[in-house]
Write a protein that binds this ligand. Sequence first.
Ligand code: NAD
Length: 489
Amino acid sequence: MTKILNYINNEWVDPKVSEYADVINPATGEVIAKTPLSGKDVVDAATKAASDAFPTWRQTPVQDRIQYLFKLRDLLKANHDEIGRLISMECGKTFGEAKAEMVRAIENVEVACGMPMMMKGEIAEDIAPGIDEIMLRQPLGVCATIAPFNFPGMIPFWYLPYALATGNTYIVKPSEKVSTSMQFIFELIEQVGFPKGVVNMVHGAKEAVDGILDHPDIRAITFVGSTNIAKYVYKRAAENGKRVQAQGGAKNPVIIMPDADMDMATKIIADSAFGCAGQRCLAVSLAVTVAEARNNFTELICDAAASRTVGYGMDEGVQMGPLISQESKGRVEQLIGMGAKEGASALVDGRGTTIKGYENGSFVRPTVLADVQPNSGMWKTEVFGPVLSMMHVNTIEEAIKLANSHVYGNQASLFTSSGSIARKFRYEVEAGNVGINIGVAAPMAFFPFSGWKDSFFGDMHGQGMDAVEFFTQKKVVVERWPKEWSRKF
Ligand code: NAD
């Protein structure tokens, strides 16, 4: 069994705690590691290491800081398969899906390697005779990230490379459910040879998170997880005077117009709704058919759901793995039952799934629920499983209104061949990520990532220039150097 340790001041530390969280391979039910649930003392030690490292790291020229990232990028690429294997084992997603998330992680490291250009300031000369004004971007100090289970390898990289390249020091708190891949990534970070204390990892759950939220020396926090915890993190960190961004949950609508290329739309929507077993914050989960799109789409999506190959993510040909835990399987099955009680029809019902050879796995097959009612429990709740709810309207106006009436605003997608309908949708829809004939509108690393409404709490987002803004503070200097002073010498 992998031994999970904290990484503080460039040393692997066993926190010797009394409580551990099991890391379970969700396909087999086997415990593969135990995550130590570190307390505030460990957060204090990591913060001290990061604080001590900050003055020297901050003064390290940015072009030297990024050399560490170039090395990290090479190591992540060289170990891509092994990281993918670990993610698949602890998280259940297929090997292909696990590798795909690391592509985005690596891309973020590559983008942050452009930091010399991205963080340089601005100058306006002669704003008055002999007076210039300069805007500098300076790092904040110690920053931290609190990550969810569903993208164990990628999500910390929406932030970490930018924080380090801009001169901050860092603490990562992975999800206690999936700690083995980040442990391995930190072994690569150790090989990079960052100076002591520049990047640290603390394993744990609520107590470690609270320690981060309350620590006076932690200046900025990024969080990704469910909306209730995102709200809690945002409020508590903000009350403690920290810069904070917190990404929350989602219930992503997809609108299907009658003029859509139905075969393409169905394939892409099935990949979005059922890929990663629906445990993606950008998974579409509410399909809204417009007018005649209904019959054609319903038949095709039911076929796509029923024919998806479900199994162990490391097995050849598997298209969808298990949910993260038995608890999650129970919750998703209960929600499907609730949807049926509320009047929806389970056209394809994935409850009660067992996979031969993996009888202890937490599998739920793809499920399609037709005629879900607005404001019903199924409409309101983030399922976070392979369940596509379907609704039907007669016009694009009604469809956009329905999409916008949800409290979440992480992603909205549209399938059409009409440019003017696409433009109307893009213009009016209330979501941070918008897909036009795209099922998972995940922005490249050089675009900002985050949702709107109850899917996001904060201002500046992850990735690209938004991350540079988030991890730097601006200082404006107004200088007077009259010409006559130089004449004295
Ligand atoms: P979660 O909220 O349960 O956990 C996220 C993090 O919060 C973990 O590190 C966990 O240790 C910590 N945590 C859990 N309970 C806590 C508490 N009471 N107090 C303090 N900290 C606590 O989320 P999850 O189940 O790991 O991830 C799935 C959720 O994340 C879904 O809702 C999904 O939509 C969301 N998500 C959102 C995005 C996005 O970009 N908006 C991306 C990925 C996942």
